[in-house]
Design a protein around this ligand. Structure first.
Ligand SMILES: [Zn+2]
Length: 199
């Protein structure tokens, strides 16, 4: 797991950014810090325990890598490819994820809580024990994926596809939902109401 050391700026409760003694917003050379994190994350094979919280990454190829315990919390990810990568205990909470590709990922115990996901693909993925609670998902696809024990509670899902998915033990209870399809998915196995949430 990435370091939980606190930012050295007085009163700041944020966790230190990769390679810094402060969070990204209390560092005076944001671009250099982001580039250093990007170099580590792009390494062939992947990265472990990197805290890239609040970084802005655009047009980045992180495909076919293995990421363990990394934080992308509050990041702005645009056109970032995680295609075919393994993601274990990685955090994307409150991130803005736009036009990104997570297709074919093997993601376990990852969190996308409160994130904004748009125009992105999670097709053909293993998304096991993943958290999308409070996420706002639009124009995206999860089709052909195994979403075992993942949660989509109190978020929003619009114009998205969950076709041919394995929804066993999936908690699918968004606050708002429109134009979302589940063709060929075993929706009967999903938990669709809050009454059964703690069973
Ligand atoms: Zn700080």
């Amino acid at each position: 797991m990435h370091s939980f050391a606190r930012c050295s700026a007085p009163g700041c409760r944020s966790v230190v950014f990769h390679g810094l003694s402060t969070c990204l917003s209390h560092h005076d050379d944001r671009e250099a810090a982001e580039s250093a994190a990007l170099a580590i994350l792009s390494a062939e094979g992947g990265a472990k325990d990197v805290n890239a919280a609040s970084a802005r990454f655009d047009s980045l190829d992180l495909s076919s890598r293995r990421f363990v315990g990394c934080s992308f919390i509050g990041c702005q990810l645009k056109t970032v490819l995680f295609t075919g990568s393994t993601l274990l205990l990685c955090f994307f909470d409150a991130a803005a994820i736009a036009s990104c590709d997570f297709s074919g990922v093997n993601a376990q115990f990852c969190s996308f809580g409160g994130s904004d996901v748009s125009d992105s693909s999670f097709e053909g993925s293993e998304l096991i024990h993943c958290n999308f609670d409070g996420a706002r998902i639009k124009d995206s696809t999860f089709s052909g994926s195994n979403l075992y024990d993942s949660r989509f509670i109190k978020g929003e899902v619009h114009r998205s596809a969950f076709d041919n998915c394995d929804l066993k033990r999936v908690y699918f209870i968004p606050s708002r939902q429109s134009e979302t399809s589940f063709k060929g998915s075993n929706t009967m196995e999903a938990i669709r109401d809050l009454e059964h949430i703690y069973t």
